[in-house]
Design a protein around this ligand. Structure first.
Ligand code: ADP
Length: 731
């Protein structure tokens, strides 16, 4: 964090540093050119000062040239005058007077009258005589003072011509003083050069260099122009930046040399100030970055323990944060911890449920490391279900060794195939050796293994379920089934035998009943016939009681006949059954009404029929069915007139035929029982009957695949309903 911030500080400072450096270089260049300008100004001022000095000397010389002592040729007096003037003016070193040949007539450097050499600068003397004007010499060697000098010479005019040349010499030191008076910075060197470029004065080491030429490079630059700057090496081997100018009065040149070294040190000083400034800024920046970075780092470091706790699923205590972003991270961590807690709770819950479900299913989960074949159980149930100590069987090999010999090869092959990816999953019912030596049935299953990027199987996850009880139950069921089959076979044989016997006896019984009925009918018919004949024959002689007895005989015999007829009908229901055919129930009702015409006539009953369907049925039995129901409707009826209505409707794929009457009704508690044979709710005296009719009806309806039931209440009439299938009735 701190390193990053340090880089940040550097990055922030970098543009500043580049800017400052550019500015610095620009300013340095500006400063340098300004320095050159300033130095030229200074050198001009210096030239002015030197010129002034020369002019002052010239003025002194002009004054002396006008001396009357010269006009009169009194050179002794002139000598004296000149000495005094020099002493008084403190200008110039000596005054000399020379003729046109350069012979010196007087020289204040020597006593008057002493023999004098020729003038040291014959060229100066010649110029004065040639031009008749003042002239300034270059540096020359004085023959009187024996040292380098410069001199200003003026003409002494007599008779409109130049008579003498008056020379005032100047010691170069005088000029040195002028140069020194300028107060140049230390190290700077001001030099006066004569018109030939010879050093006339120098602000430093003047004695050494006056009268000499400067170094060649320097000299070349100096003489090149009237004014300017250049870089060169001075005579004393000091490289300098020089500024020079040429005097208009004396044509001398003045130069100021600034040592490059001092310039460099000036540059270095500024550079180091700049560098120090940048370093200071950087240091301050770094310091601040260190402090701020420390604060930020502390804030984030404080998040490390909560983050570790979060990862470990422990409770997260996030300290309060001063850095906003860290506080946001802290809040996010708290939220994450809360969500994690919620999810782990859900996960725990579902794990618990899964464990419970596995436990309830007596199932143990396992995981096998394919590389090492190590088997890791999800819990101890894997071992305990077989009575082993937890962890006792550690590898797939240990388990395989306990698989029943008959199952082992198949199991091993299946597992190999799943690992190799040749089959999707593995599921096998096998026998495993329990710790107590018994065999337990285990359902062993595994799904396709987890694989690495190259498709190599890493781990196989599966389950073991103890299915011993189921297997035992299955075996028991198989045993019972076999037993049952045997029993069924036995029973079937028995039943077949008894059925055959029954069929035989049924047929015999029917034959017997038929024969009996027939045999009974004949005598009964005789009894009725003869009783009626007897009654007719004896009518006039019969008393009332005997007549009643005879009638009772006839009545009871008829009743017996009806009973026998109905019993016969009942017993023949199966035997006389005919194949089903399309039967129009409306037509059947008409037939029934015709048969019942006497009863209808006696009671004044009304029999009505709605639209009735054609059904597949046994025609004769349909007649019997409707006749019984319609007759009962008329019979069990005290209403005047009795009304019986037959109607039909289609319900859920079948016909429901209703026979409704407005008769006496039936108590619901007898609704079931009236269909039993011989069951009557009235005595024969009240309403005659046999109790067989409804039993016949029920058997007919059942034979046709339908149902018969009644809806009725005492005094509210009855509705007898029966259903008949619609469609293929023939089966
Ligand atoms: P039976 O009419 O010969 O007595 P059934 O088997 O036809 O015999 O009827 C059995 C009994 O059901 C009758 O004794 C009678 O009490 C009752 N029953 C039958 N039909 C009706 C009806 N339509 N109304 C009232 N009671 C009836």
């Amino acid at each position: 964090m701190r390193t990053l911030l340090a880089w940040l500080v550097l990055a922030c400072l970098l543009p500043g540093i580049i800017g400052a450096t550019t500015l610095f270089i620009h300013e340095y260049r500006e400063g340098r050119s300004q320095l050159k300008k300033d130095t030229i100004q200074t050198v001009r001022a210096l030239a002015q000062a030197v010129d002034n000095q020369i002019l002052r000397v010239q003025a002194l010389a002009v004054g002396l040239a006008a001396s009357d002592a010269l006009a009169t040729g009194d050179f002794g007096r002139f000598h004296e005058q000149a000495r005094r003037t020099l002493a008084h003016a403190r200008l110039g070193a000596s005054v000399s007077l020379a003729d046109s040949q350069g012979r010196q007539i007087a020289n204040t450097g020597e006593n008057f009258g002493a023999s004098l050499p020729f003038h040291g600068s014959p060229e100066l003397v010649r110029r004065v005589f040639d031009t008749g004007e003042a002239a300034v010499s270059d540096v020359y060697q004085s023959r009187v003072l024996h040292r380098p000098l410069v001199a200003v010479a003026v003409p002494v005019m007599q008779d409109n011509g130049v008579r003498y040349a008056l020379t005032v010499t100047i010691l170069p030191e005088t000029l040195d003083d002028i140069l020194g008076a300028q107060g140049l910075p230390p190290g700077w060197v001001a030099t006066v050069f004569d018109s030939a470029g010879t050093i006339a004065a120098r602000s430093r080491a003047s004695d050494e260099y006056v009268g000499q030429k400067p170094a060649p490079g320097y000299y070349r630059h100096l003489m090149e122009a009237d004014e300017g700057t250049f870089e060169a090496v001075m005579k004393d081997r000091v490289p300098v930046l020089a500024a020079f100018t040429r005097s208009a009065v004396t044509h001398w040149r003045l130069a100021i040399g600034i040592p490059q070294e001092s310039l460099a040190s000036r540059f270095n000083r500024r550079l180091s100030v700049l560098a120090a400034g940048i370093a200071a800024l950087f240091a301050v920046g770094l310091g601040l970055a260190w402090l701020v970075g420390g604060r930020i780092a502390r804030s984030f470091s404080a998040l490390v323990p909560p983050a570790m706790a979060l990862g470990a699923g422990k409770r997260v205590a996030v300290p309060s944060q001063s850095v906003k972003e860290a506080a946001e991270v802290a809040r996010a961590m708290e939220e994450a911890a809360r969500l994690l807690e919620k999810r782990s709770a859900t996960l725990r819950e579902s794990e618990y449920r899964l464990a419970m479900a596995l436990k309830a299913a007596n199932t143990a989960a396992w995981e096998m490391d394919v590389a090492t074949q190590a088997l890791h159980p999800a819990d101890d149930l894997l071992f305990t279900m077989l009575g082993y100590a937890p962890g006792e069987l550690a590898t797939a090999g240990d388990w395989l060794a306990r698989v029943h010999g008959d199952d082992r090869a198949k199991v091993a092959q299946q597992i190999d195939e799943v690992i190799a990816g040749r089959r999707e999953s593995y599921r096998s019912e096998l026998r495993l050796l329990a710790a107590d030596g018994s065999w337990r049935w285990i359902l062993s299953q595994a799904v396709a293994p987890e694989r690495d990027a190259d498709g190599r199987a890493l781990r196989l996850v599966g389950t073991h379920t103890d299915i011993t009880e189921r297997k035992e139950a299955e075996a028991e069921i198989r045993r019972l089934n076999t037993e049952l089959e045997e029993r069924v076979q036995q029973r079937t044989v028995q039943l077949k035998q008894s059925n055959e016997a029954l069929m035989l006896s049924n047929m015999e019984l029917q034959r017997f009943a038929h024969a009996t009925a027939h045999d009974l009918q004949t005598p009964l018919r005789s009894i009725v016939g003869f009783s009626q004949l007897l009654r007719q024959e004896l009518k006039p002689r019969l008393d009332e009681r005997t007549d009643e007895w005879l009638e009772l005989v006839i009545d009871n015999t008829r009743r017996l006949q009806t009973l026998i007829q109905e019993l016969l009908d009942y017993s023949r229901l199966d035997a006389q059954a005919r194949p089903f055919e399309p039967v129009d129930l409306g037509e059947i009702l008409g037939q029934v009404a015709a048969t019942l015409a006497p009863a209808i006539g006696d009671s004044g009953a009304e029999v009505e029929g709605g639209p009735l369907p054609t059904v597949m049925a046994d025609r004769g039995q349909m007649v019997l069915l409707l006749q019984n129901l319609v007759e009962n409707g008329i019979k069990y009826n005290r209403s005047r007139p009795p009304r019986v209505t037959v109607s039909a409707e289609r319900q859920d794929g079948e016909w429901v035929i209703a026979v409704a009457d407005n008769g006496i009704g039936i108590d619901p508690k007898y609704h079931e029982r009236i269909f039993e044979i011989f069951r009557r709710l009235h005595s024969h005296q009240q309403i005659p009957g046999t109790g067989i009719g409804l039993a016949i009806c029920q058997r007919i309806v059942e034979r046709h695949g339908g149902r018969l039931w009644v809806e009725s209440r005492p005094g509210e009439g009855s509705v007898f309903r029966f259903s008949l299938p619609v469609g293929d009735q023939a089966q």
